[in-house]
Design a protein around this ligand. Structure first.
Ligand code: NAD
Ligand code: L34
Length: 299
């Protein structure tokens, strides 16, 4: 049995249409046009490309977006000054500081400097805490929120299912586990295991998964023998592997050995075209939520 391939590209397009309509309604009602600021420190090519895609997607749905490019050697204090300026700017409702940051900059200090009501990445401790207690005012990190949307809109039941998340980062794995665990019939109510680098026997856990979400950053980590027949497999990983047959010299692959796992799973997301586009769609949706004053203490 070959798995159904869940298209994140197609679903993200639908969500972007919904966001565009919501913005039309807001502006027709005389509300403010949502504004997003993306902050990019340094010149990492992957980060540049993601930030460019985010700004383009924002403009396409009618969000006013502003990209702030800062040099790699910017002092932390100066970066914090930029964030303070954006916090105070009434035209900016969402602020995103692209990660990773250079080593000399304290990531915690930067993420805490963003006003929680403008924190469209959901990385501020206030939003992390709000999400942990299922407060509807939480701004929720885009990637795990995108995975929940993928599951729900594909009609995949999470309630009572065994969900296994591979990876425990603050950006993906940990919030993913919390969303699946939340008391929520919409993408929650699962029995959750979060595995990581120190998990003794990874396959022992993944084989129990009805829903397997993989965010490890390790190409080919999940092979067919690690997947229960009929499981739903969501591949968050984005890895560049050398490929001289491509113009760019590389291609993108996930963390799942796609060709073999699709033979045992009931549904699977591809890379590219899976979770990535959903991350961007959720950023747009979070920006509208923030502009409506529904996120954090601005509510
Ligand atoms: P990270 O490096 O911060 O975290 C990786 C996690 O995986 C860690 O918790 C680690 O313990 C675990 N891990 C690593 N190797 C493992 C192994 N062999 N067995 C078990 N656990 C292991 O990375 P991240 O920021 O969470 O990103 C993970 C992957 O997802 C990367 O490929 C990244 O590019 C991708 N990503 C994709 C999107 C998207 O929108 N699709 C968004 C963010 C990250
Ligand atoms: N602050 N930093 C912050 N927020 C984030 O949410 C991110 N991330 C990760 C890196 N740093 C961040 C992203 O947005 C990774 N990430 C991301 C977003 C989108 C895509 C990939 C990663 C994406 O759309 N990927 C496309 C392929 C794009 C290509 O061809 O290069 C896909 O189809 O998967």
């Amino acid at each position: 049995m070959a798995a159904e391939i869940i298209s994140g590209t197609k679903m993200a397009r639908e969500i972007r249409g919904e966001v565009a309509r919501a913005i039309e309604e807001m502006t027709a009602a005389g509300e403010q046009i949502p504004g997003l600021a993306t902050v990019l420190v340094g010149e990492d090519p992957a980060s540049q490309s993601y930030v460019r895609m985010k700004n383009r997607a924002a403009r396409e749905v009618g969000i006013r977006s502003r990209q702030i490019d800062l040099p790699d050697d910017i002092p932390e204090e100066e970066l914090l000054g930029w964030i303070e300026g954006l916090n105070a700017d009434p035209e900016i409702h969402g602020i995103l500081v692209q990660l990773p940051l250079p080593d000399h900059i304290g990531r915690g200090a930067v993420l805490e400097a963003v006003h929680p009501g403008k924190d469209v990445d959901g990385f501020h401790p206030v939003n992390v805490g709000r999400m942990a207690v299922s407060d509807p005012a939480a701004l929720v990190p885009c990637t795990p929120q995108g995975v929940v949307e993928l599951l729900v809109r594909s009609g995949i039941e999470t309630r009572g299912q065994n969900a296994v998340v591979v990876g425990r980062s603050n950006i993906v794995g940990r919030p993913m586990g919390q969303l699946l665990l939340a008391e929520n019939p919409r993408g929650g109510d699962a029995t959750v295991t979060v595995a990581h680098l120190f998990t003794r026997d990874l396959a022992e856990h993944t084989r129990l998964a009805d829903i397997l979400v993989v965010a490890a950053g390790h190409p080919g980590l999940i092979t067919a023998d690690m997947v229960k027949p009929g499981a739903v497999v969501i591949d968050v990983g984005i890895n560049r592997v050398d490929d001289s047959s491509r113009e760019k010299g590389y291609r993108l692959v996930g963390d799942v050995a796609f060709d073999e796992v699709r033979e045992v799973a009931s549904a699977i997301t591809p890379v590219p075209g899976g979770v990535g586009p959903m991350t961007i769609a959720m950023l747009l949706s979070n920006t509208v939520k923030a502009a409506r004053g529904l996120g954090g203490p601005l509510r």
